[in-house]
Design a protein around this ligand. Sequence first.
Ligand SMILES: C[S@@+](CC[C@H](N)C(=O)[O-])C[C@H]1O[C@@H](n2cnc3c(N)ncnc32)[C@H](O)[C@@H]1O
Length: 266
Amino acid sequence: MDIKKLNDEGRELWNRKAKFWDGLFGDNGNEFHRRLVEPSVLQLLDLRPGETVLDVGCGNGALTRRLAALGAQVTAIDFSDQMIELARRRTDAAGLSVEYLIRDATDEAALLKLGQSRFDAIICTMALMDIPTIEPLFRAAASLLRAEGRFVFSTMHPAFNSNNPIFLHEKEDRDGTVVDHFSVKLRRYLDMPPVKGAGAPGEPTPHFYYHRPLAELLGSAFAAGFVLDGLLEPAFSAGDDDNSGRLSWSSFSQFPPILSGRLRHA
Ligand SMILES: C[S@@+](CC[C@H](N)C(=O)[O-])C[C@H]1O[C@@H](n2cnc3c(N)ncnc32)[C@H](O)[C@@H]1O
């Protein structure tokens, strides 16, 4: 796998869809973000006002601004200059203060320059699966964090929502009552090459997703000296299905589409 080539292509694609993403997310994120990502990350982060936080792969800064509004001193990085520009605009409009920087999460040396033991916490939401190599990020994070600092992530759940699961909707007439069954079919888990995915509905260009089985995902963090001390598997609730017939994660209340975790540097 040519990591540099894939990462460069990823940057170009994210730059091309930055405007779409900014429109989709607006100031506070889409429903998936507001219902699943943000609450789980805030719960695990347990932020105290005045803490220093690094947001890696910040996108248009929806969560970045939330942390700033909660009193954190936030530095936010993304390798897409277009995304950073849009995040800055929204943050200025909201009257919030955030340090935005264009940085590549695969560039360990550049990350280390952000400052040793500078951050109380690092967050990385819905970006690990977009990054072709995550070992450099975890190694740098171990140095950027203060002692006992936490690294909170959310990512597509590797067991249920990784690289294009097939959604199934079946109807059964059970003793005179029509019952809906929603299930997810997977063909691979352990060994899956990067594949392009359509992303959010309407996303203009597919980009590569990097599936990692749980042992590999968490193993990269463990190898850098982290331990896992918090884990959440948020899902939509039964009854969230809008009955439109369109299959989306809101119909699958038994399956968590994301996994959020808290790592601490041992
Ligand atoms: C799906 S968006 C998530 C944005 C935001 N964290 C959120 O939760 O809404 C993924 C973001 O990761 C960024 N990204 C992907 N690969 C990156 C890399 N190698 N270095 C820095 N940012 C990267 C993309 O530009 C994009 O903004």
